[in-house]
Each structure stands twice: as C-alpha cells, then as structure tokens.
Write a protein that binds this ligand. Structure first.
Ligand code: FE2
Length: 180
C-alpha cells in the first residue's frame, strides 16, 4: 500500500478499514499503537508479582493453585501484547529485560502490595472488571486487526493464531510461551 497521511488513514478507519500490518500505518499511528500496547502488556506482566505476593498467603493448597492459575493467565496475556509489539518492530528483549523498572507503564494499583488472600480476591475482582471494560473496548473498536482478533475466542489461543511464533529467534532468557 502506498504511504498515507494521518488524515487519509483516519478516514479509512472511519469507513471500517482494519489495519493489518505496519505497511499500512503512518508513523503517528504506529507510535500510538506501540504506546498503548506497551501499557497493556506491562500491566499484564506487572500484575503477576503483585498477585504472587498475596498468593503466598493462600489459606489452602487449592487456593494457591487458583492464584497461580491467575498468574499464569496474566503472563500469557503479557506475552500476547509483547508478541504483537515484536511484529511492529519493537525489540521486546530489551523492552522487558533491559528497561529501567521505573519505565514500565502499569497502573499505580499494582504498586500497592497485596498482603493477604482477602486483598487478592478483592483486588482481582476490581482489576478484572477494569480489564474487561478496557479490553472490551479494544475488541469492539480497535482498528489494528492482529490485536483486536486476540479477543475473539479468548486471549491466549487466538493471540497465538493471529501471530505465529517467529522462528530463528533464540533467547538465553526464557520468556513465557502460550500455554494453551
Ligand atoms: Fe490479563
């Protein structure tokens, strides 16, 4: 596709066009998408240690396994966001492992320690609703197809289907893979 201006791209999107690759983007569109995806992926990632702190105080083994399942889900959600960022040309190895921790873009809520099982349940109930509202909007209105489709049947499975893993890329630092 020939290069487009921001105004032309906005007009196409207003007519229902779904953007499928960086070739179709303007610089501003790409930068904004990278910013939003980084906030989303970082939020998923940073939720894991927050939940884990409380999970260690689980009242039973059953509860602990439930909490660990939530954490595993969140890491999978983060993986999807970073995987899409990779397709946009972002060096996610550097983004995840070399970035100053203060530069991660997550809500303040995950800086508040969850110290008990009750705090974990209450916080998760609110965070889960907030995520449903925010990501529901992405599902309904996002103009970037690869991200939007990750919400079609559930985030993990379709996220992988939309963006097959790259080959030939190795890392000495293991990162989460799609578990389902
Ligand atoms: Fe999540």
């Amino acid at each position: 596709m020939a290069a487009v201006t921001d105004a032309q791209l906005l007009e196409r999107i207003a007519q229902g066009h779904i953007v499928e690759s960086p070739d179709e983007m303007t610089d501003e569109y790409r930068q904004t998408l990278v910013h939003i995806l980084t906030v989303s992926a970082d939020t998923e990632l940073i939720s894991a240690p927050s939940y884990y702190t409380a999970a260690k105080n689980s009242p039973s083994m059953n509860n602990l396994i439930s909490a660990l399942a939530i954490i595993q889900d969140e890491l999978s959600h983060a993986h999807i966001g970073y995987r899409i960022l990779q397709d946009l040309g972002v060096d996610t190895e550097a983004l995840i492992y070399d970035r100053d921790p203060k530069k991660f873009k997550h809500p303040y809520a995950f800086d508040v320690p969850l110290r008990s099982w009750i705090e974990l349940i209450v916080a998760n109930a609110f965070y889960d609703r907030a995520g449903y509202v925010l990501l529901g909007d992405v599902y309904r209105n996002c103009s970037y197809g690869p991200w939007r489709r990750t919400f079609t049947f559930g985030t993990v499975r379709t996220g992988c289907a939309a963006s097959p893993p790259r080959t030939g890329r190795s890392s000495s630092r293991p990162w989460t893979g799609c578990s389902r």
